[in-house]
Design a protein around this ligand. Structure first.
Ligand SMILES: *[C@@H]1O[C@H](CO)[C@@H](O)[C@H](O)[C@H]1NC(C)=O
Ligand SMILES: *[C@@H]1O[C@H](CO)[C@@H](O)[C@H](O)[C@H]1NC(C)=O
Ligand SMILES: *[C@@H]1O[C@H](CO)[C@@H](O)[C@H](O)[C@H]1NC(C)=O
Ligand SMILES: *[C@@H]1O[C@H](CO)[C@@H](O)[C@H](O)[C@H]1NC(C)=O
Ligand SMILES: *[C@@H]1O[C@H](CO)[C@@H](O)[C@H](O)[C@H]1NC(C)=O
Ligand SMILES: *[C@@H]1O[C@H](CO)[C@@H](O)[C@H](O)[C@H]1NC(C)=O
Ligand SMILES: *[C@@H]1O[C@H](CO)[C@@H](O)[C@H](O)[C@H]1NC(C)=O
Length: 437
C-alpha cells in the first residue's frame, strides 16, 4: 500500500507532467502565428509529399498533398498504433464538421478504423479516382510553428479530425506515404482546422519544388537569401466556388472543395490565343473553368484549348527560330534546344500569360514552368491534352506551380500569387529548415 507521502509525490509528479507536457496547456502558453511543413517531390510519381507527426506516441507520417482534398485521410489498417485515437461518435459535432454521410457499426474491431456507433465519410484518391468508406476519428497531430523564417517549437492539436481509410486506397500514391493531406476549402481540411485550433487567419501558402514548403497562417514568408514575401509582393485574384463536387465521391448538392480561378483569356508573347470562352466558365452542372491541382503533374487542357495553345506557342517559338522535333510522351509538342537561350526565368521560350479578372492581372508562365527538358537536346511543352469533354477545362498542374508562392485566403476567397521566385533570385527550396526551437 502506498504511503500518503508516496501518494503525494506521485500526484505532484502527475500534476507536473500535466502542467508541462499536456498539449492543451502547451497551446495556452504558446500560440503560434503560423505553422510550417516541408514538401518534397516524389521522383517517380511526381507527387508532392509532406510530413506531419500524429498519434501517441507521435510518429512522423508522410502524406501526398491534395490541394483540393476535403480532409486528412490515413491508412488505419496497417501499423496504426495510438493511445489517443478516438472514433467520432454518431451524432456528435465532429460528424457534421467532417461532413459525415452515414453512421454505423463495424464487426471486425474494435481497432482504429473499425468501431461501433461511429460516423463515416468517403476518403478519395484523385490519382486513381477511387473512393472508399472511412471511419471519422480524432487523434493528436503535431507540426512546427514558424516565425516565417525558420521552424520553431512544435505545437500540438490534441483532437485533429481525420478519416481512416483501407490500405487499398494508397494505390497509385508515392511509396512510403500513408494517406493524403487535404488542403481544400472545407472546415475539416488542414488549413481550417489549424486556423481554428490556434486562432490564426484562415490562410495558407504553398511553394512547391523538389524540396518546397507549405505554410499555414499568414506571412511574411521568408526565403534565403533574405527574400521576403508579404501581401504587398503578391498579385490577387478571386477564388471561385464550383457548385458541384469534383471529388470521386460526394453527396448531392455538395460544392467542390477545390480551388478555381477565373482565367478569361490566354496570351502567348502578347498574341491572344483564340479560345471558346464558354469553356472558361463554370456552368450550372459544374463543368468547365480553371482549377489548381497538386495531383496533376502537368497542366491539362481541354482538347480545343490544347490545340489552340500549342499552335500559337509553336508559331511564337518559330519566330525565335526554335524548331519542333518528334514528340516525347506524355507530351505532344517538343523543340530542339538549338537556338534556345537560357535566362534567369528558365529557357527563353515564349511566355504564356493567363489573363485573369482584367487585362492587367496576369499569371505569367515562363520557361522554367512551361518547358520540360527531356534530354540534352530536346525540350517539351509541359502541357497535356485532356480530351474533348473533361470535367474542368484547365487544370493547372504541379510543374506549372513550382517555384511560385501561392497564398490561399479562405476568409476573403482570393488567391495571391508571386510569379516565379527566380525573378527575385530565390526558389521554393530556399526556406531555411534549420530549427530555432
Ligand atoms: C459492435 O456491436 C456488435 C453487436 O451489436 C458486436 O457484435 C461487435 O463486436 C461490436 N463491434 C465493435 C467493434 O465493438
Ligand atoms: C520540426 O522541425 C524539425 C527540424 O526541421 C524536425 O526535425 C521535426 O521533425 C519537426 N517536427 C514536427 C512535429 O514536424
Ligand atoms: C525568426 O527567428 C530567427 C531566430 O531567432 C531570427 O533570426 C529571424 O529574424 C526571425 N524572423 C522573423 C521574421 O521574425
Ligand atoms: C464552346 O463550348 C461549349 C461548351 O463545351 C459548346 O457547347 C459550344 O458549342 C462551343 N462553341 C463553339 C463555337 O465551338
Ligand atoms: C532566325 O534565323 C534567320 C535565318 O537564319 C535569321 O535571319 C534571323 O535573324 C533569326 N532570327 C532570330 C530571332 O534569331
Ligand atoms: C490597366 O492598367 C492601365 C495602365 O496602368 C490603366 O490605364 C487601366 O485603367 C487598367 N485597367 C484596369 C481594368 O484596371
Ligand atoms: C538558417 O537559420 C539558422 C537559424 O536562424 C541560421 O543560424 C543560419 O545561418 C541560417 N542559414 C543560412 C544559410 O542563412
Amino acid at each position: 500500500m502506498a504511503s500518503s507521502a508516496q501518494y503525494f509525490l506521485l500526484s505532484s509528479l502527475l500534476f507536473f507532467f500535466f502542467l508541462f507536457f499536456s498539449p492543451s496547456f502547451a497551446q495556452q502558453s504558446f500560440r503560434p502565428k503560423a505553422l510550417v511543413v516541408p514538401v518534397s517531390k516524389d521522383a517517380s510519381t511526381r507527387q508532392y509529399v509532406t510530413q506531419i507527426e500524429q498519434r501517441t506516441p507521435l510518429v512522423p507520417i508522410n502524406l501526398v498533398v491534395h490541394l483540393g482534398g476535403k480532409f486528412l485521410w490515413v491508412d488505419c489498417d496497417q501499423g496504426y498504433v495510438s493511445s489517443t485515437y478516438r472514433p467520432a461518435r454518431c451524432g456528435s459535432a465532429l460528424c457534421s464538421l467532417g461532413g459525415a454521410n452515414g453512421c454505423g457499426d463495424c464487426f471486425s474491431g474494435p481497432r482504429p478504423g473499425c468501431n461501433n456507433n461511429t460516423c463515416g465519410v468517403s476518403p478519395d484518391n484523385p490519382v486513381t479516382r477511387t473512393a472508399t468508406g472511412g471511419e471519422l476519428a480524432t487523434d493528436v497531430v503535431s507540426v512546427n510553428s514558424t516565425n516565417g523564417s525558420n521552424p520553431g517549437q512544435a505545437v500540438t492539436v490534441p483532437r485533429f479530425l481525420f478519416s481512416c481509410a483501407p490500405t487499398s486506397l494508397l494505390e497509385g500514391l508515392a511509396s512510403g506515404v500513408v494517406g493524403m493531406a487535404g488542403l481544400g476549402r472545407t472546415r475539416a481540411a488542414l488549413p481550417s482546422q489549424f486556423a481554428s485550433a490556434f486562432s490564426f487567419h484562415r490562410k495558407f501558402a504553398i511553394c512547391l519544388a523538389s524540396n518546397g514548403v507549405i505554410f499555414f497562417g499568414d506571412g511574411p514568408y521568408n526565403f534565403l537569401p533574405n527574400v521576403q514575401y508579404t501581401s504587398q509582393s503578391l498579385t490577387f485574384t478571386p477564388l471561385f466556388i464550383n457548385p458541384v463536387s469534383t471529388a470521386a465521391a460526394s453527396t448531392q448538392g455538395e460544392p467542390s472543395a477545390e480551388y478555381f480561378i477565373g482565367v478569361t483569356s490566354i496570351k502567348i508573347d502578347d498574341k491572344t490565343v483564340p479560345l471558346n470562352s464558354t469553356l472558361l466558365t463554370i456552368d450550372s452542372e459544374g463543368n468547365g473553368g480553371t482549377k489548381i491541382s497538386t495531383v496533376n503533374p502537368y497542366t491539362v487542357l481541354e482538347s480545343s484549348i490544347f490545340k489552340a495553345v500549342t499552335e500559337t506557342f509553336i508559331s511564337e517559338a518559330a519566330a525565335r527560330n526554335i524548331t519542333t522535333v518528334d514528340s516525347v510522351a506524355p507530351f505532344d509538342v517538343c523543340f530542339s534546344t538549338e537556338n534556345v537561350l537560357s535566362t534567369r526565368l528558365g529557357y527563353g521560350v515564349p511566355t504564356i500569360s493567363l489573363v485573369l479578372q482584367n487585362e492587367n492581372v496576369t499569371w505569367s508562365i515562363f520557361g522554367a514552368n512551361s518547358v520540360v527538358q527531356v534530354s540534352d537536346d530536346v525540350l517539351c511543352l509541359g502541357l497535356v491534352n485532356g480530351g474533348s469533354n473533361p470535367r474542368t477545362s484547365i487544370v493547372i498542374g504541379g510543374y506549372q506551380l513550382e517555384n511560385n508562392l501561392l497564398q490561399f485566403d479562405l476568409a476573403t476567397s482570393r488567391l495571391g500569387f508571386s510569379s516565379l521566385l527566380f525573378g527575385r533570385q530565390t526558389t521554393c527550396s530556399n526556406f531555411n529548415f534549420t530549427s530555432i526551437a
